[in-house]
Design a protein around this ligand. Structure first.
Ligand code: SF4
Length: 396
């Protein structure tokens, strides 16, 4: 009985082996051919993309270096900022703070001052905080391990792994992937807006890329497409291709070097992609500023401290109105009104009116302090205030 059972088990195993071998014989050549075709397909794709990149890429200083500190600076500056505008700021930061130790040692006011006009000031505050974290953490551990406290700066090591980079304030998946690949050639994708567009079109993907499900899905697509042997080159090339060739409006698909791989081109859906989630409606806010000015050229400013827009920046004394009607009705007698300004932020539309008020003596206002007109240059001001100052300078 025992031996019959053993025979049955042996028979079943043999049958399974036979079925597996049979399918292997039939399908192995097919799998081999598909695999070979896919490899050729991919190699051809990368070769065409890299050839285009070699011939067309811009010379950008942060792509000519492998210094992770400089690459990090550029990536933070370029978030929400065009390359043309960011270039000047990149040079300012690299010149003023050539090392991370110097950025960490700077006063926050000075960092914000250097950032002035670029908007999204939380980026500057995070940049400064991250520099202080990197330098502070390492300096204390170096001090614990050495008797010479004076020369620790040369030993500061910029975070080197994706997770270390991702843990810095102001560094998300994109920025961590960009620094990891550009500085260390690590195999992480870097999905900026341009890459999302290229991926959406190559895959004819209708999913909104800025939802959490969409981000996850596109990240998967990017990981599949990433050239893991050349992540630095691949990320540079696909980002540049999106920025210069696969443009949001009417890209030149007819002559596109990777047209053969583009499913949106084949489907005629290029102009419909990528898809975004509906934009939130902007919140309207109504501001009245007073620019006091004395005969000896003094004025009042205050620092914004609340957890609100422009935290830690300086501005003229402000009244915020609860409705448009109240804002419209508000008048300052004896003051000269500048033309009203509308300023759009990511989630808010600001309606602002500035009054220039000549006074013999500055009033005493809570939190405000007096400075001379020339000293305004020493304070970090929001773009809206800078626009008002341009209007003041144009006054007859
Ligand atoms: S064919 Fe057009 S849409 Fe497709 S990748 Fe090329 S430029 Fe972009």
């Amino acid at each position: 009985m025992q031996s019959y059972k053993k025979y049955l088990i042996f028979k079943r195993k043999s049958e399974k082996k036979f079925v597996f071998s049979y399918f292997l014989c039939i399908f192995a050549p097919l799998f081999y051919k598909i695999g070979q075709k896919m490899t050729l397909y991919s190699q051809n794709f990368y070769r065409l993309l890299y050839d285009w990149y070699e011939a067309n890429h811009r010379i950008l200083p942060w792509r000519e270096t492998e210094n992770p500190y400089y690459i990090w600076l550029s990536e933070i500056i370029l978030q929400q900022t065009r390359v043309v505008q960011g270039m000047d700021y990149y040079h300012r930061f690299v010149t003023t703070y050539p090392t991370i130790e110097m950025l960490a040692a700077a006063a926050e006011d000075d960092v914000l001052r250097l950032w002035q006009g670029l908007g999204y000031y939380s980026r500057a505050r995070n940049l400064h905080r991250a520099a202080q974290m990197i330098v502070g953490n390492q300096a204390s551990s170096i001090r614990q391990n050495t008797s010479d406290n004076s020369n620790y700066t040369s030993e500061i090591r910029f975070p080197k792994t994706f997770n270390e980079l991702r843990s810095l304030p102001g560094v998300g998946d994109y920025t961590a992937g960009a620094i990891a690949s550009f500085a260390y050639n690590l195999p992480y994708p870097a999905l900026d807006g341009n890459v999302y567009r290229v991926l959406a079109r190559l895959n004819d993907c209708e999913m909104a890329f800025d939802t959490s499900a969409g981000k996850k899905y596109f990240h998967g697509l990017a990981e599949q497409l990433l050239d893991k042997a050349n992540p630095r080159l691949f990320n540079s090339a696909i980002m540049e291709f999106g920025a210069l060739y696969c443009l949001p409006q009417s890209p030149d698909c007819t002559n596109c070097p990777i047209q053969a791989f583009c499913k949106a081109y084949a489907a005629g859906t290029v102009d419909l992609l990528p898809v975004r989630k509906p934009r939130p409606t902007l919140r309207n806010r109504y501001f009245t500023y007073t620019i006091y000015i004395t005969p000896d050229n003094k004025t009042l400013i205050h620092q914004r401290s609340a957890k609100d827009i422009w935290q830690h920046l300086y501005e003229f004394p402000l009244i915020e109105h609860s409705s448009e009607e109240k804002w419209q009705k508000y008048k300052m007698h004896g003051a000269r009104a500048l033309p009203s300004l509308t300023h759009i932020l990511s989630h808010q539309r600001l309606h602002a009116r500035f009054y220039v008020m000549p006074v013999n003596e500055l009033p005493i206002l809570p939190d405000s302090f007096a400075i001379t007109w020339e000293e305004l240059d020493n304070y970090a001001l929001a773009r809206l205030t800078l626009k008002a100052l341009e209007a003041v300078n144009r006054l007859p």
